[in-house]
Ligand binder design. Structure first.
Ligand SMILES: *Cc1c(COP(=O)(O)O)cnc(C)c1O
Length: 386
């Protein structure tokens, strides 16, 4: 009787039902599963942030609707963090917008600029909300493949002229989920020139800006002259401070883009719990060692995993950033079946690459979200199976 809207019907399918079922069954049988699938830090949120939340929640003033596009104090704190990190000045009143997690902002942004049938240029494989947000806004994703031979950067020259004309948005995500790839300023400069020429908005998703290794520090697009004309950048406290469940992030960049997103949001949500905003200030203003410790922890795990996978003859490169390892699998088998086999034969759960889009086929993703001993155990099990 009730028919789903065309938009909801055309959302990408969820491809993991079989593996989910198999995983639940394996768990139910008491098997010792190593879960390398989820990109959710297992470390708790640092205590100084929890304490700040606890204290803030005692004050009844935080219990009311938090309107006003984020607390002015949080916007100033974001401005300060951004200045220290990227040496870029933002206007906290007009160029910064706190979000209920960056996913929320990313998924809502297309509503502000897409009309029915407009294209958004979406990298593939990608974080799913780029496609979902585009489709729910009535737009059409035009997939740009991220291929190994291009270092998992989009090849802008391959985008046909007629698509460029009808595209309003391009999504970028570096450091990249799921491939672990990074982008440098030369690529950003080219993309900014492409965007200006074709009047396309750049969404730059920097959820992993702080999770990097070997001394590498990802740059922000906004460091580049002229970027502010076309770029809106999304940041998240989720991975940086182990705060995935708290739901807090921000958008910053071009004033018109930021305020358009604010306008959409003012029709959908009623602000972020003020106590969480105050805790976010504590996080951003807090000690730097926390981030360094996080990176050291993941770097150690990454090195163990890469060494192990290489010893098994798999083709992998250590990612300079993110907590993901993107692994090419044998040609004869598709990624869903390969993931299924790993679960069945080795009690290891990984993500099938095709879950991030068709160009993710031929790969699996492992997340560095289990301790070193478990990674070593996973390698021992893989050795038996492969
Ligand atoms: C985890 C992640 C986010 C962060 O989302 P939040 O909503 O801020 O928790 C954004 N983009 C990518 C690519 C991610 O992997």
């Amino acid at each position: 009787m009730f028919k789903l809207s065309k938009k909801v019907q055309s959302l990408p399918p969820y491809l993991f039902l079989e593996i989910d079922k198999a995983k639940r069954k394996a768990w139910g049988q008491g098997r010792d599963i190593i879960d390398l699938r989820i990109g959710d830090p297992v470390q708790p949120t640092p205590k100084y942030i929890i304490d700040a939340l606890y204290q803030a929640a005692q004050d009844p003033a935080t219990h009311k609707y938090a309107l006003d596009q984020g607390l002015p104090a949080l916007r100033r704190s974001i401005e300060g963090w951004y200045q220290r990190r990227f040496n870029v000045n933002l206007n906290p009143d007009t160029e910064v917008l706190p979000l209920i997690g960056s996913k929320e902002g990313i998924a809502h942004f297309p509503l502000a600029f897409l009309n029915n049938g407009d294209y958004a240029l979406v990298p593939d494989p990608c974080y799913p909300p780029y496609k979902g947000g585009t489709i729910l806004a009535g737009g059409r994703p035009y997939l740009i493949p991220l291929l190994k031979e291009n270092k998992f950067l989009p090849d802008l020259d391959k985008i046909p002229l007629n698509i460029r004309k009808r595209a309003k948005i391009i999504f970028l995500n570096y450091p990249n989920n799921p491939t672990g790839a990074t982008a440098e300023k030369d690529f950003y400069k080219e993309t900014i020139a492409f965007a200006k020429k074709n009047k396309i908005i750049i969404i730059s998703d920097m959820a992993y800006s702080e999770m990097s290794y070997d001394g590498y520090k990802p740059a922000s697009m906004l460091e580049i002259t002229g970027a502010r004309d076309v770029v809106i950048e999304f940041h998240s406290l989720s991975k940086t401070f182990n705060m995935t469940g708290w739901r807090i992030g921000w958008a910053c960049g071009n004033e018109k883009l930021v305020s358009a997103l604010g306008k959409v949001k003012s029709n959908i949500d009623s602000g972020i719990f003020s106590a969480i905003q105050l805790a976010a200030i504590a996080a951003l203003d807090g000690p730097k060692e926390q981030i360094k410790n996080m990176c050291n922890l993941y770097q150690e795990r990454r090195d163990i995993l890469i060494r192990g996978l290489k010893s098994l003859g798999l083709s992998v490169e250590p990612a300079k950033a993110t907590f993901y390892t993107w692994i090419k699998i044998p040609k004869k088998i598709d990624s869903i079946r390969f993931a299924g086999l790993l679960l069945e034969k080795a009690d290891i759960v990984v993500t099938a690459g095709v879950g991030f889009g068709k160009y993710g086929e031929g790969y699996i993703r492992m997340a560095l979200t289990v301790p070193c001993e478990r990674i070593e155990e996973a390698i021992r099990r893989l050795e038996k199976v492969l």
